[in-house]
Structure formats: C-alpha cells, structure tokens
Design a protein around this ligand. Structure first.
Ligand SMILES: *Cc1c(COP(=O)(O)O)cnc(C)c1O
Length: 463
C-alpha cells in the first residue's frame, strides 16, 4: 500500500477504536468553531490567527510548545456564566482547571467567584487581589495550616469534607475568634460521566459525606451545634465532562431531600445549594455541549421544582464550572519534529512536548483534535497519532487524528481545548521545562505564565 495512493490507508476501520469516526473530515483546513476558541480564524495566507495574532509570530516570539489563551473568549465565557442565572446564582470558577494571576484578575473583573483547593491556589488568588469573601476552599484533606490561612484571610466559605474537618475548622475559627461560613459536601450517589450517569444508594469515593446512611445529616447536626461555624448550605459535585443535566436532577432531588430533613429536625432552612461543576466541553467535533444559559435554565428549574414539592423556599444556587470556562479558550501550539509513517497502520507525528504538557490522554484516555496551523494544505488526509518526546510509549497527545499527508518537520500544529487540566497538571517528566501560557487579545500577545528555564530546574535541585 502506498501512502500517496491511499494516504490514510484503507484500514481506518481496523486501526481506529470502535465508535470513533472512521472517515477524515471533508476539509482538513476547516476549524470547527465548537473546538476552537472564539477568535481563532485563518488569515489570507492560510496561517491561523488568534486574538488577531498569527500563530507563526507566536511561535517565533515565545517558542513551542506553548499554551495560547484567548483572553476575549475567556472573558466572554465568564460573562455568559455570570449572566445565565439572572443574578440568582453565584458562579465559582474552579481554579484547579487553570489558575494564574492574570486569570484571577479577569475573574474578579467579570464578577465571578473562585474555588481553590490548596494553599498554593489560595496564595495565587489572594496575591492577585481576589476578595477573600469571594473565595471558597475545597479539599478532602486540608491541612490545619491551610485552614488557618483561609480563615485568617477571611475566605467566604470552606467546604467541609469529613467529620474530622468539622472539628478542625471549628477549632481554628474559634481560636482566631471568627465565625466561618461553611458548606457540607455530600455525596448523593450519582456518578456522572459524559453521556450517562449512574444513580446508586451509596458511593465508594474519597470525597464528601454520604447522604445514604445518615452521615450527611449527622454532619449538619454537628455543624449547627458549633458557634464558630455558620452553615450556609449543602454542596454536591457529581463528576466531570458531563453533557446531560439528568445527573444534576437526581443530585438536586437528593440534596433538597436533606434540606427538608434539616428543616423538619432543626427548624432551619439552609440558604444555599451548590451543585458543583463538571459541565462538558467539545474536545472533538463529535461533542455537543450545552450553553451556559441552557444549563442555568435546567438547574434552576430542577431546584425550583424540587423545593416546591418539599415546601421549601428556593435557596440560592451556586455552580462551579472550571473546564467549561477555561477549557475551550486555549490551544497548545507545537512544532512537528519527526513524521514516521507505519505502513498499514498510521503515521506517528512527534511534537516538541507531550505528556508533560498534556497528561489527560494518558491519564483519562481523553480525546483531542489537532490541526495544521502554520499553513493550509491540499494534500489528502493521513491517519495520524500525535505523540510527544518523552521516554514512554504511552506519551500520546492525540490518539487518532487526521492530518494532511504532506505534514513535515517544522510545521506548526495545534491541539485545541487544552485550557483546562493541562498546564495545571503539567509535569517536569524527563526534566521538561513546562511551557508558557501566552494570552492574546486585540492583536497583542503577552506571557502570563513564563516558560520554565534550566535555572528553575537547577534551583530546586540543591545538590
Ligand atoms: C473539579 C471540581 C470542579 C470543576 O470541575 P470542572 O469539570 O472543571 O467543571 C468543581 N467543583 C469541585 C468540587 C471540583 O472538585
């Protein structure tokens, strides 16, 4: 079989996983608006631009690999979430998806609140001026020091995750003479993944206190008995990369059930329900996520209906999208180093990054798309696998992709939808230098997180 006669080979169906699209897209040069950030277009020369800046210019100026973040898109998504609820919900951006000081400033300006789940994330948030009362601290094993820093700073809420932690946070708050706002994280027995969810009676996981068996109700009892804690409400987070709101429906039903029990037992109506994050985004053209206003409408209706049935005043809602805000706003820009066709199988395209800048493919079998962005091509499609430069055969960035058959070393390719859980999960494996995050807007690019240097590596290694 010759590659020029059958560039992608006749055997897509044999080498692609079941359920994967088996035909190349009609136009390899097209950029699907669902997977690329809002300001991405091709200019007259065929090179891709973002925020009005050519990717070739970005590569020359900042090097590759680099995460390129579309600031206008990020801000637009913040606004869309903020406005979707008509002021009836608070939106907490989940900082673990990607956090930097520039991002904190954008969030602050766009009216969003912020979830942090470590001292490090809290430090970044505070240093960039996020008002402490707009910060929530999460985590299943917060250290006493983390709790102290958070209470001292005056964070608006701490999300309690265990019985020990109720005592720990109460201890810190009373020592510091504070009354700390808290939520209790409950597990509702819903496991949600992309297109389906499973409702169970109990959950086998490390987070939260189970509704089933009365753990959550006992947690409420203990918190209400402590003067140093102010119970704001109940928190539930059911999963990630979710497209279907039916999992939230079951969660809301069960959380409202607890609110009713609390009212009946203690005569208290808790003022808030936090339904967590986990809303899905498009990584490939196969994905079709809901818009924030659709999700807001669905969640508001669910909670309103459940509360009416339970005879409760509708509490204030909180949501915590991370991926759905930052995920689609960035792509990773790579330079192609080697192109290795494997007869009858696929072509391995090696780039100058890999699992150190995107662990999600190896970790979660995540799917991504990829495009040639430094030029257009009329060459036929070639079934490809984009791999990194690490000493690990699982070092795959895009498992199954079509790229033009004339792809060559020096070409720039980009993997869209890498804004969430890529830079924040990046590692120094093989002593790779973690890539910079370059923000682009209105024809200008600036580094918001710089590339690591050898000095950074050697500074940590004190010999
Ligand atoms: C991770 C996490 C989120 C954000 O999840 P996304 O999938 O990024 O939206 C929200 N809330 C909690 C408690 C989380 O752990």
């Amino acid at each position: 079989m010759s590659r020029s006669a059958h560039p992608a080979g006749p055997r897509y169906a044999d080498v692609l996983p079941e359920g994967h699209y088996t035909a190349p897209p009609a136009d390899l040069n097209a950029l699907d608006a669902r997977v690329w950030s809002r300001t991405v277009t091709r200019d007259a020369d065929g090179a891709v631009t973002v925020g009005g800046v050519d990717v070739k210019t970005l590569a020359e100026e900042f090097g590759t690999p680099a995460y390129v973040l579309d600031e206008a898109d990020f801000r637009a998504r913040c606004r869309a979430w903020h406005e979707a609820f008509d002021g009836r919900a608070d939106v907490f951006y989940a900082g673990k998806a990607f956090l930097s000081r520039a991002v904190v400033r954008w969030l602050t300006q766009e009216g969003l609140n912020l979830d942090v789940c470590s001292e490090g994330e809290l430090a970044v948030a505070l240093s960039a001026g996020m008002p402490a009362e707009r910060i929530a601290l999460h985590g299943n094993n917060k250290s006493v020091r983390e709790i102290e820093r958070a209470v001292e700073a005056g964070v608006g809420r701490i999300v309690l995750d265990s019985f020990q932690e109720i005592a720990r946070v109460a201890g810190v708050a009373s020592r510091l003479g504070r009354r700390q706002g808290v939520l209790i994280r409950v597990t509702v027995g819903v496991e949600a993944h992309t297109h389906e969810f499973i409702a169970t009676a109990h959950e086998d996981q490390k987070f939260g206190l189970a509704l089933a068996g009365g753990q959550a109700a006992e947690a409420v009892r203990r918190v209400l008995a402590l003067d140093s804690l102010e119970l704001l409400g109940i928190h539930s987070h059911i999963g990630s990369q979710i497209f279907d709101t039916s999992g939230f429906e079951v969660a809301a039903h069960r959380v409202v059930g607890l609110l009713r029990e609390v009212r009946d037992e203690h005569g208290v109506e808790l003022p808030e329900i936090d339904l967590g994050g986990g809303l899905g985004i498009a990584y490939t053209s196969q994905d079709d996520p809901r818009e924030p206003h659709e999700i807001a409408k669905a969640l508001t209706e669910i909670v309103t209906r459940e509360c009416a049935a339970a005879g409760l005043t509708v509490p204030r809602l909180s949501v915590e999208p991370g991926r759905a805000i930052v995920g689609p706003t960035a792509f990773t820009l790579y330079e192609v180093g080697t192109v290795k066709p494997l007869e009858g199988l696929r072509t391995y395209v090696s780039v100058d990054g890999g699992m150190s800048d995107n662990i999600r493919t190896a970790l979660y079998d995540a799917e991504y798309s990829v495009a040639l962005v430094s030029r257009t091509s009329d060459a036929p499609a070639m079934l490809s696998r984009v791999v990194g430069k690490h000493c690990e055969s699982g070092d795959i960035v895009v498992k199954d992709a079509f790229l033009p058959a004339d792809l060559a070393p020096g070409d720039l390719i980009a993997v869209p939808a890498t804004g969430a859980y890529c830079r924040s999960m990046a590692s120094n494996y093989n002593h790779a230098l973690r890539p910079p995050v370059v923000a682009v807007a209105d024809g200008a690019a600036r580094v918001i997180v710089r590339r690591e240097t050898e000095e950074d590596l050697l500074r940590l290694d004190i010999g």
